[in-house]
Design a protein around this ligand. Structure first.
Ligand SMILES: Cc1cc2nc3c(=O)[nH]c(=O)nc-3n(C[C@H](O)[C@H](O)[C@H](O)COP(=O)(O)O)c2cc1C
Length: 350
């Protein structure tokens, strides 16, 4: 039987991608604080001890979470939890509200099951997002992705990140985004010195657990440097990876020519390789993200060393049953391979 999303998808796909996203959001928001939320939870949330896992001092009912960018303004985390996601990373948030780049700035690459975005960190700003985070009642951990305000010079980035952190401090974990391809000045933040200055400032302000999110476009020596910072500062985890400005030759959709960050199926293998590279070199949990759209995709990242996985683009193509389908599929894969829990499978391929 076709799912409701099989019917909704062609209609949504007729709309510009950002409009379709807003419609999806509107639906999710409408379910919150109503009985529908309980209906969604009963239908989609898979509760099984084998899926429950702990990382950086937090308990996750499922290892499958929502990646940054989907809920930039902390509006739909309860609905996402009801859909079966084990955690939500809201943001990226900047100190001041930002309008982002002119539209259109989000593009579907349908044939490639991918997206290109150059949103440019549009968000309501730290004060508004911080207030919403404080008022949230969510059954799963909610982290916040903190980014540099567009007009702030890289030299002033540490104070800018700190200002934002102090307003969104009511979150369960903090991800420092130094890897946004669509906002000015980010390319200057991923060197050892800049990262150290930003992360030390945040640690001094009390940000914990503190994770850093890496770009898949970093050359290997820069990744090695970033991981040295993770070890030196005793960070709590690494998120790998953000979108890529690279365009694999396999892409077929004409939207591949749009400037911006590519996400979805074409980045899956590369992101998994980065997870493996990182997990091989640090002892802290790795959050694997990039192209996860099935249980098999999630399982590959987990076996490559990811303690948790996240997704965004998969949700656009697969719809609201995706967390449930991945969670159920993971249980089958664990059973097939003789693992007692997700935690047992982490790094099995290392
Ligand atoms: C429209 C859009 C907006 C995004 N915004 C952010 C962001 O604000 N901060 C961030 O760290 N990553 C952001 N991302 C990147 C995702 O969190 C994720 O790292 C990337 O999309 C790869 O995962 P996926 O293939 O499952 O989409 C964004 C992605 C998309 C598609």
């Amino acid at each position: 039987m076709p799912s409701l999303y099989d019917i909704a998808r062609p209609l949504l796909f007729r709309l510009p991608a950002e409009t379709a996203h807003a419609v999806g959001h509107g639906f999710l928001r409408a379910t919150q604080r109503t009985r529908l939320q309980r209906v969604l939870r009963a239908r989609y949330a898979v509760r099984d001890d084998r899926l429950a896992t702990a990382a950086f001092g937090q308990e996750f009912p499922s290892p499958v979470g929502v990646a940054a960018g989907f809920d930039k303004n902390a509006r739909v985390a309860p609905a996402l939890a009801a859909l079966g996601f084990g955690f939500v990373e809201v943001g990226g948030v900047t100190a001041e509200p930002q309008a982002g780049n002119p539209r259109p700035r989000l593009f579907r690459l349908r044939e490639d099951r991918a997206l290109v975005n150059r949103m440019g960190l549009n968000n309501d700003g730290a004060d508004a997002v911080g207030r919403r985070l404080s008022g949230l009642d969510v059954a799963v951990p909610v982290g916040v992705n903190i980014a540099k305000t567009e007009h702030v010079a890289p030299a002033n980035a540490p104070a800018d990140y700190r200002w934002t952190y102090e307003r969104v401090a009511d979150a369960d974990f903090f991800v420092v985004n130094v890897s946004c391809p669509n906002s000015q000045g980010f390319e200057d933040l991923q060197n050892r010195e800049s990262m150290t200055a930003i992360l030390e400032e945040l640690q001094e302000a009390g940000a914990a657990p503190l994770l850093v999110k890496l770009s898949p476009d970093l050359p290997e020596p820069a990744v090695v440097d970033a991981l040295a910072v993770v070890r030196d500062l005793d960070l709590d985890g690494v998120v790998a990876t953000n979108t890529t400005t690279d365009r694999p030759t396999s892409l077929r959709s004409h939207n591949r020519a749009e400037p911006g960050g590519l996400s979805g199926a074409p980045v899956e293998a590369r992101a998994t390789e980065t997870v493996r590279f990182v997990a091989d070199r640090v002892d802290v949990p790795v959050v694997g993200v990039g192209g996860v759209a099935s249980a098999e995709d999630a399982y590959r990242k987990i076996r490559a060393g990811a303690s948790l996985v996240q997704l965004y683009t998969g949700l656009v193509y697969e719809g609201p049953s995706l967390a449930r389908d991945i969670n159920r599929g993971l249980l089958d894969l664990l059973e097939r391979d003789g693992f007692d829990s997700v935690a047992d499978a982490v790094g099995a391929d290392l």
